[in-house]
Design a protein. Structure first.
Ligand SMILES: [Fe+2]
Ligand SMILES: [Fe+2]
Length: 203
């Protein structure tokens, strides 16, 4: 399957705004892959993960639960209590089901963890998480400010991975505050990534 055909397929499955977000995450992911020295092949894999990362985002909670059942993916009580998390779980499972020749375990893991993050993420997973938050069609001031600050620091600081971890920690903490402000339960993985990044930054 060529990428143009995949993009056309995705376009029919999502709203125009989500499709534009998807393309923008993919472009951002490619820039980040180059910045972090990925091979062309791994850059293309990250681009593909980005194209597929929100493929089930338009489904309702009930539809996610039904799809998870059909695809035999377990959902925890915490997952069900955090509806925005569900599309990362069903998205990875559906990407594997619908595009088995395109994806591999690393791509599926990046999709799976793109919403909450988790402890001990790979650089590949971290870059999708970051691209999803800072891509420029997200015009919330907090996202625009994070984008500016990240690229400023990436250009001026010597340790790229530390720079990435500093900004991922800030994003995770902002996300946590946003969830609490909305009176929603914080998914345990959100606390897990915050704790893990703090540990990583200590070394
Ligand atoms: Fe998402
Ligand atoms: Fe997204």
């Amino acid at each position: 399957m060529d990428l143009d055909f995949l993009k056309q397929t995705l376009k029919t499955r999502m709203t125009e705004a989500r499709y534009q977000h998807t393309l923008s995450v993919a472009d951002e992911a490619l820039v980040l892959a180059q910045s972090f020295g990925f091979s062309a092949e791994d850059g293309n894999r990250l681009y593909l993960a980005a194209l597929l990362h929100d493929i089930t985002k338009s489904l309702s909670s009930e539809e996610h639960i039904a799809l998870a059942d059909v695809l035999a993916v377990p959902l925890t009580k915490d997952d069900i209590a955090s509806p925005p998390v569900l599309h990362a779980i069903t998205g990875a499972a559906l990407a594997k089901h619908d595009f088995p020749d395109l994806v591999d375990d690393g791509i599926l893991a990046a999709i799976r963890w793109h919403t909450t993050g988790k402890a001990d993420m790979t650089l590949f997973e971290k870059l999708l998480y970051l691209a999803d938050y800072i891509e420029p069609t997200r015009t919330a001031p907090i996202c625009l400010a994070r984008r500016r600050a990240f690229y400023h620091d990436l250009a001026t600081r010597s340790d790229k991975v530390e720079t990435l971890n500093i900004h991922l920690l800030a994003i995770s903490e902002d996300t946590r505050s946003h969830i609490i402000a909305q009176n929603r339960p914080v998914h345990p993985l959100t606390d897990e990534i915050i704790h893990a990044l703090k540990q990583e930054l200590k070394h």
